[in-house]
Ligand binder design. Structure first.
Ligand code: HEM
Length: 374
């Protein structure tokens, strides 16, 4: 029985409108109280994969997987076809292939399953020439304390949903059927709230929607097969809660350059006010030059990327699963990361412990990876 019909029974036959959950509530993301199957599916087919510019779902798992035989491109082909079949069904609220728990598929709650390839996926002779030139480990940064356990994998699947049960069910469908041909390296589970664990409003500054075509999506100029795809930079950044909590509120705001109250820049009133980095008070910059936003703010038009920060919390290890999507990480992401590594007040409380880069596949007409294997 679906969540809709179960709720309908429990509430004595009150329809969707009576529950206050309609199409208008869907875009509201975390405000959505009871996701309804029909109203809350994201497309699986299309020019782009869902789950990238989609408004963030509340729960997400990034799954890092290695191929046992990297030279076997047919094995990769088979895995992508298998995942496509399951994702096409599960995202639409239908059971996956040989689904042992079909009841868990009925409330997708904006479920998306988004697949990407790491450098290792291009090891086979058949695919070697198809690796995008930027698909390689990021340069080493002085602030990095990278742990192998959160390192680069051959494949990544981002599974995200507003319903943690629907998410867990879909994660099984990713991992279980490929067990003989792959090794599961990590699952990074996160949640999205609008604030991170430091209490900061996080995710405010983003590329404008009408810039996605040139800042996020690949145009196929270097690798034709990747048109409509993008790149993912996935950094696991530990946040030291103990030392952050020892800092007073003013100190926290100065280190970030924004208020804790509503995320407004220290020169403004509302969250989306444009920060004025040149403003001074008594000869001192209102937004400190060493603050996170002063250091991270773009110095050129190309230094922009989509940030999708998910919090993770496994005390004493808490932090951000910091994911960014951009057409070219070397041109857009690396200059900003280098500047932050050189100096950023927040570095005192944050430590990158994982790093990986992926080519996120274009959206499918029939199945994921079809243009790569064409
Ligand atoms: C902005 C937190 C790591 C790039 C912000 C903001 C917060 C924040 C609170 C202000 C609100 C917003 O625009 O979202 C954090 C925390 C981090 C972290 C807690 C680590 C745990 C990074 C990293 C990068 C980055 C690694 C890139 C390499 C940016 C950019 C902005 C920003 C580009 C917008 C700056 C602007 O133009 O105003 N971050 N951040 N952040 N962050 Fe981070």
């Amino acid at each position: 029985m679906s969540r809709v019909s179960r709720r309908t029974l429990l509430t004595g036959g009150v329809g969707l409108a009576g529950l206050g959950v309609g199409a208008a509530a869907v875009g509201a993301g975390r405000e959505m109280s009871a996701p309804q199957p029909e109203a809350s599916t994201l497309p699986f087919y299309g020019r782009h994969q869902s789950g990238i510019v989609t408004p963030m779902q509340t729960h997400a798992s990034y799954i890092g997987i290695d191929l046992l035989d990297k030279a076997d491109h047919q094995a990769l082909h088979g895995i992508l076809r298998m995942w496509s079949q399951d994702a096409a069904n599960l995202t639409q609220g239908k059971p996956g292939f040989s689904d042992t728990e079909p009841e868990l598929a009925t409330s997708p709650a904006r479920l998306s399953m988004t697949v990407g390839l790491g450098p290792g996926a291009f090891t086979s002779a058949a695919l070697a020439a198809r690796r995008p030139s930027w698909l390689a480990p990021l340069p080493a940064f002085a602030i990095d304390r990278l742990q192998e356990q959160w390192g680069q994998t051959d494949l990544v699947v981002l599974v995200a949903s507003d319903d943690p049960m629907s998410l867990a069910h879909a994660v099984r469908a990713v991992i279980a059927p490929v067990r003989r041909r792959t090794r599961l390296r990590w699952v990074q589970q996160g949640f999205h709230h609008g604030r991170n664990l430091f209490g900061q409003v996080d995710g405010t500054v983003q590329p404008a929607d009408d810039r996605h075509d040139d800042l996020v999506w690949n145009d196929g100029a270097e690798q034709k097969w990747l048109a409509g795809g993008t790149s993912l930079v996935l950094r696991r950044i530990a946040m030291n809660m103990d030392t952050w909590e020892a800092l007073d509120r003013r100190g926290r705001e100065l280190s970030t350059g924004r208020t804790l109250d509503n995320g407004a820049p220290l020169t403004g009133v509302d969250e989306h006010d444009e920060p004025v980095f040149t403003a001074t008070r008594g000869g001192v910059p209102v937004i400190p030059e060493s603050s996170h936003i002063a250091r991270a703010h773009r110095r050129s038009d190309r230094e922009q990327f989509l940030r999708r920060p998910y919090s993770y919390d496994s005390p004493p290890d808490s932090g951000l699963i910091f994911a960014t999507y951009q057409r070219d990480p070397l041109v857009q992401y690396v200059p900003v990361q280098q500047r932050l590594s050189d100096h950023d007040a927040l570095n005192e409380w944050t430590t990158p412990i994982g790093s990986a880069v992926y080519a996120m596949l274009p959206g499918p007409k029939e199945y994921l990876g079809e243009t790569l294997f064409a």
